[in-house]
Each structure stands twice: as structure tokens, then as C-alpha cells.
Design a binder for this molecule. Structure first.
Ligand SMILES: [Zn+2]
Length: 392
């Protein structure tokens, strides 16, 4: 058994002052106020001083970090990415593909499924050290997206949604696709949305030029989330509300944003946060390989991306970000004038819920002991997965 104490614990929405947290076999056994509870005899307590314990962050949308892309065919890629993620408080994540030639995508899905399964098997071993961010499933960002709103996804690799094509991806990924971004206005999209939702995939509307009605048909078919809201979407118009009108007003739909101060003006982040509220606002990074690296030229899919001053540009368009989740949390708190627990929930509980992952994103009894220790200002000091500290 492991025991931890800190100045404060956030579940994320409830606060426990001077908590005592007991962890057994990677799960939270008990959380109590320290004054009322002693650690069991013979158990040493790790003391985080006046640090704040909060659930580990969950990133639904990440292409890479530390010089690597999740689609890279090299054994070093995922470990390097996962180590950097953990350092920024992300204890679990969904490696995200970009549209690519069919065989490239299928091979990447197979490799990612292998990696996820390998980590799962190791996690079940008692003596395993869980020191890097855990991949929980795959986010398939293309190819069922709109030519008009493709961002930097190569036009020649976009495909019309078809059940048979989805099935090919599903087989290659051995059912590990947990999130899929799709443009609901494309012919065939409602059928693919319905089937993916039936299989438990979080279907997310994005890279879309949909009008209000087509977005509504996507939601009716089972879509329950939206991808980098405002970016790569038909803009909001007061007489033709379009996809944004649907996403921002439908209470069934959660939505994510890139709160790096580049993709969205801070005023739009505040508007978004007020529309979706503290339960349905989700933070993502959309980070690319350049994250955690010096400015320069990097790759995203087949594009060269020019990275300078926190901005990633390819082909005259924004191409992902170099945002880290700890910074996204602090930005959301500042831009939306939210308190830290609300901003933390948007990086932990809310994404876990959107992806239908139980036992993660909260720090409560029975949940996985994936947590961060934060300074009062929200900086990540330490990260733990299953009660074991991540190496930095
Ligand atoms: Zn995108």
C-alpha cells in the first residue's frame, strides 16, 4: 500500500484540505482529511508539502512531441512522446492520426494498437513501473473530413465516409479506435457515425463545413463531441448558425478547444467556456512533434511545418500546436476567468467522460491513482500513474 499527503486535493471539483490518500494496486483505496486519519502502521507517507494533488490530465488529441510523431515507424517515438506528456501532467492520451495514404494509415493503426496492448499487458503485471503517459486508444482524425475545412490534411488523402472503409480502419486498429473526427455533411457520414457510436467510439464533429441542419443530423446519428471547435469549421454567422451554432447550443455535445492563445482569441475562449460550461468544456493540445523542441522545421504527415514563437504554420495555415496541457489549463483559467479546479476538470474529468473512459480523470475512491502535484499557480511539479512516479 502507498500513502500520500499534500496541502490540498482536488477531485477535481471538490476540495479536501490536508488529504491522506491511500493507494493499493494502482487504485485509490481511500481519501480522507489527514486530521481525522492516521496512515496504517508501517506505511510511510509521501508528503507533497503545500502542493495540490489533482487528477492526471487526459489529452484526446495529440499528434506528437519531443521531435516524434505518433505515426512514426520507430520504436523510440511513443516512449519519447509519453515521457514529455507525463512531465506536463498528461497521464493518459489518445495518439491522433492525420489523413495519409490508406496503407500508411493502416500500418500506423496496427502499430498503435500493438503499443496500446503492450502497455495494457505490462500494467497488469504487479512489478511493472508505469512511468510514462498511457495510450488509452486511437483518435482517427481523418480521412472522413471536408475538403473545404481540411486544414493541412492532404486533399488527395481525404475519403468519403463508407462503412467498408471504417471497417478496414477498425480491423487494423483491432477495435482500439476510441475517438473519430468526422464531417457530418459528407455523404455517408450519418451511417458511419451511427456505426462508430454503436461500437462505443466518441464521434466528434470537426474539419467540417456543415450547416446547422447537417450538424444536427450528425448529432442525431450519435456524434457527441466536437474537435478543435472554431478551427477548421465553418465560421459562426448570426443568421446561418452552421455547425458552431449546433455544437455550442446542444447540451448533449461536449467540445474541445486549443487554448494556446494562437488558435483562438482569449475572448472566444471565454465565449466558448460560457456556452459549453464547466461540465462540457474540454482542453486538447493538438500538439505536433515540435512540442518541447526548439523553433525550426518539423513534419506533420507529409507537410513541413515552420515553428516559430509558439506558432506552427504550413502552407499558410495553422498546423497543430506546441501547446502543453499544463499551459492550456492555466490559459483557460485566465482567459475564461475560471478558478483552477474548473480549468483542471476541463483537462481531466471532462475529456475522460467524452471518451467514455471510466476510472480516469477523477481523483476519488476506486479511480486509478493517476495524479499530478501542482503548485498553487497550476504548474506541474510531479506526475504519478497508478501511484508510481513518472520519470522526468
Ligand atoms: Zn485537426
Amino acid at each position: 500500500m502507498l500513502a500520500f499527503t499534500a496541502g490540498r486535493l482536488l477531485t477535481p471539483t471538490d476540495a479536501v484540505e490536508h488529504p491522506l490518500v491511500l493507494v493499493e494496486q494502482g487504485r485509490v483505496l481511500e481519501i480522507s482529511a489527514r486530521s481525522g486519519q492516521q496512515a496504517p502502521a508501517g506505511i510511510s507517507v509521501t508528503d507533497f508539502g503545500d502542493g495540490v494533488m489533482a487528477p492526471g490530465y487526459v489529452d484526446l488529441h495529440i499528434h506528437g512531441s519531443a521531435g516524434y510523431d505518433v505515426m512514426d515507424d520507430t520504436a523510440e517515438a511513443l516512449p519519447a512522446i509519453e515521457q514529455l506528456l507525463a512531465r506536463h501532467g498528461v497521464t493518459s492520451y489518445f495518439p491522433t492520426t492525420v489523413s495519409a495514404p490508406m496503407d500508411t494509415t493502416l500500418r500506423a493503426l496496427e502499430r498503435l494498437a500493438d503499443a496500446i496492448e503492450k502497455r495494457e499487458q505490462n500494467n497488469n503485471k504487479k512489478d511493472d513501473v508505469k512511468r510514462r503517459s498511457l495510450p488509452l486508444g486511437i483518435h482517427l482524425e481523418g480521412p472522413f473530413i471536408s475538403h473545404a475545412r481540411r486544414g493541412v490534411h492532404p486533399p488527395e488523402n481525404l475519403l468519403a465516409p463508407k462503412l467498408s472503409t471504417f471497417e478496414q480502419f477498425w480491423q487494423a486498429a483491432r477495435g482500439r479506435i476510441r475517438i473519430m473526427t468526422i464531417a457530418p455533411e459528407l455523404e455517408g457520414a450519418p451511417e458511419v457515425i451511427a456505426e462508430a457510436a454503436r461500437r462505443g467510439v466518441c464521434v466528434s464533429l470537426g474539419h467540417s463545413d456543415a450547416d446547422f441542419e447537417a450538424a444536427g443530423r450528425g448529432i442525431a446519428a450519435g456524434a457527441r463531441h466536437a474537435t478543435h471547435t472554431f478551427n477548421a469549421m465553418r465560421p459562426l454567422d448570426h443568421r446561418r448558425p452552421g455547425i458552431l451554432g449546433a455544437v455550442l447550443t446542444d447540451g448533449r455535445v461536449s467540445a474541445d478547444i486549443i487554448a494556446d492563445g494562437v488558435h483562438l482569441d482569449p475572448a472566444i475562449v471565454k465565449l466558448f467556456a460560457e456556452a459549453k460550461g464547466p461540465e462540457r468544456t474540454v482542453l486538447i493540445t493538438d500538439a505536433i512533434s515540435a512540442t518541447g523542441m526548439p523553433d525550426g522545421r518539423y513534419r506533420l504527415g507529409r507537410f513541413e511545418v515552420d515553428v516559430r514563437d509558439g506558432k506552427c504554420m504550413a502552407d499558410g495555415k495553422l498546423a497543430g500546436s506546441v501547446l502543453t496541457m499544463d499551459r492550456a489549463v492555466r490559459n483557460l483559467a485566465r482567459f475564461a476567468e475560471w478558478d483552477l479546479p474548473q480549468a483542471i476538470a476541463a483537462a481531466s474529468r471532462n475529456p475522460a467522460r467524452a471518451a467514455r473512459i471510466a476510472n480516469k480523470g477523477v481523483l476519488t475512491m476506486g479511480a486509478d491513482a493517476d495524479f499530478v502535484v501542482l503548485s498553487a499557480a497550476g504548474e506541474v511539479l510531479r506526475s504519478f500513474i497508478g501511484g508510481v512516479e513518472c520519470s522526468s
